[in-house]
Design a protein around this ligand. Sequence first.
Ligand code: URA
Length: 209
Amino acid sequence: MTVKAIQHPLIQHKLALMREKGISSKDFRELASEVGNLLTYEATRDLPTETVKIESWNGKTLNTQKIKGKKITVVPILRAGLGMLDGVLRLIPNAKISVVGLYRDEETLQPVAYFDKVVKDTKQRTALIVDPMLATGGTLIATIDLLKEKGCKKIMGLFLVAAPEGLQAVQEAHPDVDIYTAAIDDKLNDKGYILPGLGDAGDKIFGTK
Ligand code: URA
């Protein structure tokens, strides 16, 4: 697994704004989308391209580079992942969307999928999972399990903030998945929140607190 913490100044600046106490839901939502957009740019850097002949503006034939194959499905994890979705789609407007929702079983404490609507041609697509917070890694691991069961072969994850504990868990369970994050923070607290983190990203995006 490669973990890339993206040090771009725009990303760091926007993340700093998101960490401030009292940020409005509107600002948080806009910034989550903008950072999602910038992370997408980084994560798609190595997508394979192929040479395609086109007829150009003056009638001449030109060899150009286009992305090869069936391309991408974006996988927002409900509900907070929806806050990064439009930022991703602004760069990849033709991507198909596969939505996944999970809850935590109170007895086993394991994440269980209560909703999944995944594109049919997962085998030919790169999945770009989006979720603001990679905390314990449990939800991400379950989402990757689900996508692999459906035949998905290439999976990447985009996060605003990741905890070292979650990164390690994902590395152990799915060493073939690449992670792009705007920050790797210090640790989880005893409630599973990332420190210093962003607080509850879902509540901030949806204005439910
Ligand atoms: N989910 C959040 O919204 N915040 C955290 O810190 C961890 C999980």
